[in-house]
Structures are given as structure tokens and as C-alpha cells.
Design a protein around this ligand. Structure first.
Ligand code: NI
Length: 138
């Protein structure tokens, strides 16, 4: 294959055994595909560490009966309208709401938005998934 580079690495046998067991469990067809994914994760982690342009999805769960929470979250989302590409709201039951926001911007700004929304009174759980624009990854 053109553009493919092969290299050999020396790794402790026990580490390789643990890795092979895990990639079977994670349903990887072979080591190469698992290692490619690890390398991509490494690159994405570096994009976030270097405060590059990034993509994140923030999931928050909150009780909409909490006083003023709807107004607060709405105002925050308007404040950061440039970074929030999409917002999906699901009424999960009579009390609990789920929102998933797709965020694009500098890694630091996305983290700031996630921290701000997650720490809003009444938000029960918030999780930021840090992903990538994909520009540096093949
Ligand atoms: Ni709702």
C-alpha cells in the first residue's frame, strides 16, 4: 500500500498479552487497527492540550423544576452561540431533561462552556466528550 509505513517495536511480553486480550474484548480485528486508534486519540489529546480548534459534545441532565434553571441555561447558551452549533433537548420524564450540545471552538473555550453549564445549580450530571475537527487525522 502506498503511503503506509511499517515499523517494529519492542514491548514487554506481558504488556502485549494484556493488550491483545483487551483488543479482542473491544472487537478489534488486529493490532494495527487498535494502535491506529490509540495514535489518533493521542493526537486529539494533544490538540486539546495545545488549545487548538476542537469539537466537543456536552451532555447535561437536569431537573427542570429547579428554580430559574431553564432561564439560566438558555441565557448561557445564547452567550456562547458562536461555539454552540447544535442543541438537542429531550424531556426524559416529568422532571428530568437531557440536553446534548455540539460545541466548536478553542479547546479552552469549549472546556469553559462545559464547566459553566455543568456547574449550574440543578444540573445533576454533565459530561464533555472531547473530539476533533478531524483535520489532522487520517
Ligand atoms: Ni425537558
Amino acid at each position: 500500500m502506498a503511503g503506509v509505513e511499517r515499523f517494529s517495536v519492542s514491548i514487554d511480553r506481558e504488556l502485549v498479552r494484556s493488550f491483545d486480550a483487551l483488543l479482542k474484548q473491544k472487537r478489534y480485528a488486529n493490532r494495527s487497527e487498535a494502535i491506529r486508534d490509540l495514535m489518533r486519540d493521542f493526537i486529539v489529546a494533544q490538540e486539546w492540550a495545545a488549545d487548538e480548534e476542537a469539537i466537543g459534545t456536552l451532555t447535561i441532565v437536569y431537573n427542570h423544576h429547579t428554580p430559574s434553571i431553564n432561564r439560566t441555561l438558555n441565557a448561557l447558551q445564547h452567550t456562547f452561540h458562536r461555539q454552540i452549533l447544535s442543541a438537542t433537548h429531550v424531556h426524559m420524564d416529568a422532571h428530568n431533561c437531557l440536553e446534548v450540545l455540539i460545541l466548536k471552538g478553542s479547546a479552552r473555550t469549549i472546556t469553559h462552556i462545559a464547566d459553566t453549564l455543568r456547574s449550574t445549580r440543578g444540573v445533576k450530571h454533565g459530561k464533555l466528550a472531547m473530539s476533533t475537527t478531524g483535520k489532522k487525522i487520517i
